[in-house]
Design a protein around this ligand. Structure first.
Ligand code: GBH
Length: 485
């Protein structure tokens, strides 16, 4: 493997903010506490436990009862922001617009927000991080029914804005629509586990789900901009994830086009309608034909109207891959743009050292290129809403080994250098950074195996122990923000 290059500790702007990110189902536990309803992740992990490494989020990090301790932990890292998500089924257990509100759930998030503000930490709140109330799938197929879902999501969002919007000034509607659509409704490795093998129509479902997310997002942005923003003065947008793609053969026009097409199928799918108020990318429409839903005239009007109200681009980014054009026509349920993704190029060269996850390699140049790609296409200030990695072999380590996380420190260092270069050499606007994650947690289909935290969690005692990367980030941000470029 290639050794990561030397970390240069390049400067960042004095007002650049940093913090950590989490998601409700991954840390909270308290699965049935104080009136919480079931989400699709409760169902997914319990119905067929092998899909989540025979583990589930019933207890997770028990953040639901240890929230105060976690607030103090964050304060000890001197973070500026904390990105977390609200479990929809904790505040509206059945999820629907006519269903009862659970005041216990509202109170929990109220205490969390107050606790953050008391410690001078700004909340960044995600409304939806993959945990739709199970009831909404049972009633009408959730994301598969655009009109019903949109109406229920709007009422959930309105509840959150009216109860928390006096104190929350940064909102994200959905976390990673690509993952919800493709991993939830095509490969089925994430909840609700829909795939062709499980009897679902994976030619159609992911694109319907994506369509629903785009329109529900736009409706909620419109609501926030008209009903809440004037008095609450916050900002709202969405979080999109995506690898960067390098051509498998850099000398070939065909593979260069494949890398670009892969980015459009991953990011342009959501970014073009949401941030530009445009139809889906032309290459997508050409390849997908009638598999791709169409926006009505009113829907296009809504997208054009709300596009400028998205105040930032929320970027979750971890790694880069090679893209290789597939010979022959796309399969009838292709979702890649007819592209194969590889970890090595035509010369057998890898993108960088592999982390504790096979798909996640240290590739900071790809990160810099992705920030440039997004900036050139959407011209929005970027907030890095997630970035991080598990160390190689970390799942097998003792506590003493795990807290000495030099691999992660190097990864963070190189990725922060990439942000610095994107800002100072390329002119990209990047405003802040959230490390994934505050602490080790439930990594979805991989269960408690992979550890992404800057804090170690002992899943038997639930004891939290800071890793060296936590103090690295604290010191590094302080130094970088003092620096001259
Ligand atoms: C984020 O998703 C999530 O928001 C967060 O909840 C999660 O814990 C974190 O990342 C770490 O995984 O592309 O086929 O090689 C990232 C979603 C998961 C998408 C891994 C890509 C790799 C499989 N990514 N997946 S593949």
């Amino acid at each position: 493997a290639v050794e990561p290059r030397h970390v240069e500790e390049l400067p960042l702007p004095a007002d650049f903010f940093w913090g950590t990110a989490t998601a409700a189902y991954q840390i909270e536990g308290g699965a049935a506490q104080d009136g919480k309803g079931k989400s699709i992740w409760d169902t997914f992990s319990h119905l067929e436990p092998s899909r989540t490494n025979d583990e589930n989020g019933d207890v997770a990090c028990d953040h639901y009862t240890r929230m105060l301790e976690d607030l103090d932990l964050m304060a000890s890292y001197d973070v500026d922001v904390y990105r977390f998500s609200i479990a929809w089924s904790r505040v509206i257990p059945l999820g629907g617009r006519n269903d009862p509100i659970n005041e216990n759930g509202i109170a929990f998030y109220g205490r969390l927000i107050d606790g953050l503000l008391a410690r001078n930490i700004e909340p960044i709140v995600t409304l939806y991080h993959w945990d739709v109330p199970q009831e909404l799938y049972d009633r009408y197929g959730a994301f598969l029914n655009t009109a019903e879902f949109k109406a229920d999501f709007e009422s959930f969002a309105r509840l959150c804005f009216s109860r928390f919007g006096d104190r929350v000034k940064k909102w994200c509607t959905f976390n990673e629509p690509y993952i919800i659509s493709i991993f939830g409704h095509h490969s089925g490795v994430l909840a609700p586990g829909h795939s062709a093998a499980a009897g679902h129509d994976s030619r159609i479902e992911p694109w319907r789900v994506g369509h629903t997310i785009i329109l529900s997002h736009a409706a909620v942005v419109d609501m926030y901009a008209t009903e809440f923003q004037p008095s609450q003065n916050g900002v709202i947008s969405i979080v999109l994830n995506g690898h960067f793609y390098e051509p498998w053969d850099a000398a070939s026009e065909e593979h260069k086009a494949a890398a670009q097409r892969r980015l459009e199928f991953y990011i342009g799918w959501f970014g073009d309608p949401i941030f530009l108020g445009k139809n889906y990318p032309a290459q997508m429409r050409a390849q997908m034909g009638s598999r791709l839903p169409e926006f009505t005239t009113e829907e296009m009007t809504l997208l054009r109207k709300t596009a400028p109200s998205n105040a930032y681009y929320g970027m979750n980014h971890y790694s880069t891959k090679f893209a290789r054009a597939l010979p022959g026509p796309p399969t009838e349920d292709d979702c890649t743009g007819n592209v194969e993704e590889l970890a090595t190029n035509s010369e057998g060269k890898s993108l960088g050292p592999v982390s504790g996850m096979a798909w996640l390699r240290v590739a900071p140049d790809g990160f810099r290129k992705l920030m440039n790609w997004v900036w050139d296409r959407y011209h929005l200030p970027i907030i890095i809403t997630e970035n991080g990695c598990p160390c190689p072999g970390e799942s097998q380590m003792t506590l003493n080994e795990a807290v000495n996380d030099t691999f992660r420190i190097r990864y963070f260092g190189l990725y922060l250098d990439a942000i610095s270069r994107a800002i100072h050499e390329d002119g990209v606007v990047v405003q802040g950074y959230c490390a994934w994650s505050l602490m080790d947690n439930f990594e979805w289909s991989a269960g408690y195996g992979p550890r992404y935290g800057i804090t170690h969690v002992n899943y038997e005692t639930l004891r939290r122990t800071p890793k060296k990367s936590a103090s690295y980030l604290e010191k590094s941000f302080k130094a970088r923000r003092r620096g001259q470029y």
